[in-house]
Design a protein around this ligand. Structure first.
Ligand code: 1S3
Length: 607
């Protein structure tokens, strides 16, 4: 049978993921940002997102609705009657889609019943001591019933597509397959998307030659070795049972072939919704404003012992899940060490402040770092008072001066405020090196970033042009040291550095591009690979791709250091032009262009 060329108008779509209304990582970004793109093709009443119900996250972002006659609302009601706790409403994000959230602690079956069902019907072992898998299983059983109820409520002429993301929402595919033929709803088709294979993520972290060894891994043995057999079996069942199987990049497709036993039918690249500006200077101004806010951090953190010339200081950063090798933090530090030596030997006036933004266990923000920040605020307030006093008395003194000479500004400041300023400056002085970590870490000795910093000896010495700030928490408006949202932080920087070893797609460089910030990625990341294939002159457009596929680690370190030095050597004017060109490339990655791949997957499911 050939694939239909378009979807019939009465098709309904359920899209399910663990990260619907529940931010954990990159999948949340995919689901959330593509909603407006999806709704360009789908009737609002025919589309619903489904995820687990976690009140702490969901209650703030979902507007619950009474059952309003929609198919999904009715199915939610039927689920409640079966003993599930279900929220039906609108997700308050652009597009306001319908959403059905199922409490992963609810449902009619006992834990023991669920364990037996999964083992007997699907051959999936369900360990008693795995609280995450327990919740996943409960949510998935509810999701399965939801799909069945929707299919019963819809007439057979109304096709229904259920699209599941990741193994954490993949069990319904296996459960559907396990149904006797006569009970399987004929008009329900399934699509499964994996955003990284569970096993691949573990193996890549441990095996230095992951890509070379990919074809030889025995999935079952490895899954047991890492204690992730239930998840891996679920993922394999979903991938092999789906009508259409997809992933996000060619690199991960290869991984699927070897680790999941099925080559994806289609690739669904991830997109963004970038905010475009009428005039170029608007986003350049935003860069400047946000850079000023990072300057405030730099003054508080460094200036007590190591003042920098802010005019020649550049901000580089990396961020992401704390997977030291997978995210290329190791290579970034080795390259920074070379950049430091090169700039020092050349006597360059440029300083680079490099931020590592990730999440690692810590006790608290380092009290000394907080104290510096507070002292800076005090100094700033005193300076404001000085300025106010000068302002008040300057006009008066100038008008009273018979000779019309400029009054002595010193005479405009009272003794009292002079003393305060002097005292504040005295307590500001410090001989300590600026801290490399902003927080007190739970395992400072064993922390891989800190170990590498010790190895390359980047300790924020005055004579080192490269300075390090390791912030083991994500940046948000509530972060006491920055007080800005992550996208604002990105905008204020000059370069994003993400030379990943394992990265199915990688949103971080894409977020840079949409803010006009040049970025470095690698051709072992799905995004970097896509860029190499789809953008002829990507380097001119601010996207540098380190060749981690064919070059040795040391060669890649050189290449990465070379890109960083290129940026460091640019004039301000050149950097402004590069930002313009970078931002101009962002429409290439817009959901409005990329959503067609999802539509293609849905069409393919109707074969
Ligand atoms: C995954 O999230 P991660 O950061 O754990 O999915 C993302 C969305 O497809 C993808 O960008 C990323 O590479 C994967 O790793």
């Amino acid at each position: 049978m050939s694939a239909r060329t378009s979807l019939s108008r009465n098709t309904h779509l359920i899209e399910a993921a663990w990260e619907v209304c529940n931010q954990v990582g990159g999948i949340y970004t995919v689901i959330r940002t593509k909603i407006p793109g999806i709704l360009q093709h789908w009737n609002h009443q025919h589309y619903v997102l489904t995820g687990p119900y976690f009140p702490a996250q969901a209650d703030a972002v979902v507007d619950p609705q009474d059952e309003d006659g929609s198919v999904f609302g009715q199915a939610a009601q039927l689920l409640r009657a079966r003993g599930y706790r279900v929220v039906y409403g609108r997700w308050l994000v652009p597009g306001r889609p319908q959403v059905v959230l199922i409490d992963p602690e609810s449902g009619p079956l006992s834990d023991e019943d669920i364990r037996r069902k999964l083992q007997d019907e699907l051959g999936i072992p369900c360990p008693a001591n795995d609280p995450l898998f327990r919740q996943v299983a409960r949510f998935n059983l509810g999701l399965f019933e939801f799909c069945l109820r929707c299919s019963e409520l819809l007439p057979v002429q109304s096709p229904l597509i259920a699209h599941f993301h990741e193994w954490m929402a993949g069990l319904p595919i296996a459960l559907l397959q396990a149904l006797p033929e006569t009970l399987r709803p004929g008009h329900l088709r399934t699509v499964f998307t994996t955003h990284a294979t569970l096993l691949g993520r573990y193996l890549a972290m441990q095996d230095l030659d992951f890509y070379e060894n990919l074809a030889g891994f025995e999935w079952q043995r490895e899954a047991r070795h890492y204690g992730i057999e239930p998840g891996v079996r679920t993922e394999r069942a979903a991938a092999n049972g789906a009508d259409v199987f997809t992933t996000v990049s060619a690199i991960t497709a290869d991984e699927c072939t070897h680790l999941l036993g099925r080559t994806p039918d289609l690739l669904l690249p991830n997109g963004i919704n970038s905010e475009r500006f009428e005039a170029l200077h608007e986003f350049q101004n935003l860069h400047k404003q946000n850079k000023e806010r990072i300057h405030a951090f730099t003054m508080g953190h460094f200036f007590r012992s190591t003042p920098l010339d802010l005019d020649t200081t550049l901000y580089f950063f990396t961020s992401g899940r704390y997977e030291f090798r997978n995210k290329g933090f190791d290579m970034t530090l080795d390259a920074l060490s070379r950049v430091n030596t090169a700039l020092r030997e050349a006597g360059s006036p440029t300083s680079i402040v490099m931020f590592f933004i990730t999440r690692a266990p810590y006790h608290s923000i380092n009290p000394n770092v907080l104290e510096s920040r507070a002292l800076l605020e005090e100094l700033r307030n005193t300076c404001d008072e000085v300025a106010e006093e000068i302002k008040q008395s300057l006009l008066y003194r100038a008008l009273r001066e018979p000779s019309r000479r400029l009054p002595d500004l010193n005479s405009c400041i009272s003794e009292h405020i002079r003393l305060r300023l002097r005292r504040s400056l005295q307590s500001w002085e410090s001989q300590e090196l600026p801290y490399v970590t902003t927080h007190t870490m739970v395992d400072s000795d064993g922390d891989p970033i800190l170990q590498a910093i010790r190895r390359v000896k980047l300790f924020n010495h005055r004579e080192d042009p490269v300075k390090i700030v390791y912030h083991p928490d994500f940046v948000t408006q509530l972060s006491p040291l920055f007080g800005m949202e992550y996208p604002e932080f990105v905008r204020g920087c000059h370069l994003g550095i993400f030379p990943s070893y394992y990265e199915p797609w990688g949103y971080t460089p894409l977020e840079c591009v949409s803010s006009g910030v040049p970025a470095i990625t690698s051709n072992l990341s799905g995004f970097g690979d896509y860029v190499q294939k789809s953008m002829r002159n990507h380097r001119r457009q601010g996207l540098y791709v380190v060749d981690r596929r064919s070059r040795s680690y040391q060669d890649c370190v050189e290449e990465l250091a070379g890109y960083m030095l290129d940026i460091a050597a640019m004039s301000r004017r050149d950097r402004i032009e590069l930002r313009n060109r970078t931002e101009a490339g962002s429409p290439l990655f817009g959901w409005d262009r990329l959503i067609k791949h999802y539509q293609k997957a849905y069409t393919l499911s109707q074969r």
